[in-house]
Design a protein around this ligand. Sequence first.
Ligand code: G1P
Length: 296
Amino acid sequence: MKPLRKAVVTAAGWGTRFLPATKAQPKEMLPLVDKPLIQHIVEEAVASGLRDIIVVTALGKRAIEDHFDRSFELEYLLQEKGKAEMVQALRAISDLANLVYVRQKAQLGLGHAVLTTRDIVGDEPFAVLLPDDVIQAEVPATRQMMDVFRKLGGSVIAVEPVPEDQVSSYGIVQTREVGHHIWEVLGLVEKPAPGKAPSNLGIVGRYILTPEVFEALEHTPPGSGGEIQLTDALQLLLRGQRIFAYQFEGTRYDAGTPLGFLKASVELALQHPELGPQFRQFLRRLDLGGDKGHNP
Ligand code: G1P
């Protein structure tokens, strides 16, 4: 088995759920506490040992490339003002990883986004990280999955139990338990209709995939929402390979919706070493009122 070195981060979506905030800026650049959402994700990949990162972008996403690039003007300006610490902090971002960008020219779905990286990934296993899912964990979730991959030798999908009324928002796996929080995948379905889900284990946006998934993606017809779904490609891949589902240790925040993003912001701010204590005090003083009349 070839070593796992590369991570694909998908950042090509329109971010329609965040309009108008995302009218002129990428959703992935929205600040989650003190850094853009995508930086949290890239840092997880790097902390997992993956420094070669392929970001799938699209029209209007240039700010992402600028963020991870060096800004000599800004560094010069800060240096002149004696803000050496801030200069170091900015350099750390551009030194974080080896980033390569590939453009998805049409919004044809997550599966299609992954397929656009085929030539760059080549014939080796790779990780996929979706910025919509932010995971706080002692051992980075991607790292945990890499360990499972090395042990079991098949693609690994992150899962967690999701409430019954939310199964239609996720890819859902049908499974057979093979270990503590590890299942063999028997089937997958993308966003099943209520009552049609084979289980309550929802796919979370972290995958370790074998390169054969690209061949499967080539043959995957449009599915849910008319898009080429990664979930459907994995169903095809199952014909020739075993796939495992793994429930990671840690907490996932759904940063893919404004409400989820707000919740993630509050929780991460509370955990922030510098901001946390003051923010906690501030929240304690808030008059939250009653629920009546405040529910949408
Ligand atoms: C994607 C996947 C889905 C998965 C979800 C996790 O859906 O297609 O299988 O459950 O990410 O966040 P999306 O939320 O991008 O529609």
